[in-house]
Design a protein around this ligand. Sequence first.
Ligand SMILES: O=C[C@H](O)COP(=O)(O)O
Length: 258
Amino acid sequence: MTTRTPIMAGNWKMNLNHLEAIAHVQKLAFALADKDYEAVEVAVLPPFTDLRSVQTLVDGDKLKIRYGAQDLSAHDSGAFTGEISGPMLAKLKCTYVVIGHSERRQYHAETDEIVNAKVKAAYKHGLTPILCVGEELEVREAGNHVSHTLAQVEGGLKDIPAEQAETVVIAYEPVWAIGTGKVCGAADAQEVCAAIRAKLAELYSQELADQVRIQYGGSVKAGNVAEIMAQGDIDGALVGGASLDADEFVKIVRFRDQ
Ligand SMILES: O=C[C@H](O)COP(=O)(O)O
């Protein structure tokens, strides 16, 4: 069985300006020792306006922190006011791009078709998608959370060949657990993450499914991360609120010590 390196990613959402971003990344870099980076991959996902500052810091100080954007356009260039393209993110040496976050699906009406077009744009420009999936409360209450989430996985990865899909990071984020303090029980999160892995095996191969990293996201904190990470199919966390506090995020990265 493949060993998957855990990945802890801080999705800052619409928080921290570029000066705050510099201070925050410096704090993370100072607090994390080499052994932390060996054991866990650490990524920050700042607003677009912070990316150049983060790049300068990471490049200049040769930091082992990776970074990426929270969204991208499905288009390469052109008359798309307000949008940011894959080539622009690639030029900033982003590793990751979050695609299909529930806040994009909810507030910007992003469908699985749009999400799929963005996944294709990411791969076209050498960016690794963090593909977000997960159900709303009413879907879970109706008992349809697994099928709903798997349909999003299938829709997001439509026509993506195995040689690209093998690098995707999938973030399972039950919408009702995001920013609410309500954590999905570790066993419940594991149920869905295991189903996602089985879906990847069905769509591609068991080998590919064993390789793909699946994160849990939704009110992850230092106090609950160890239990979440103890689940067999959970390989990391996509952290919102708690990633804005550098000390808390470092504790999450060091989940084995919690
Ligand atoms: O992308 C991160 C998720 O939306 C989780 O956010 P949260 O940790 O604030 O609940």
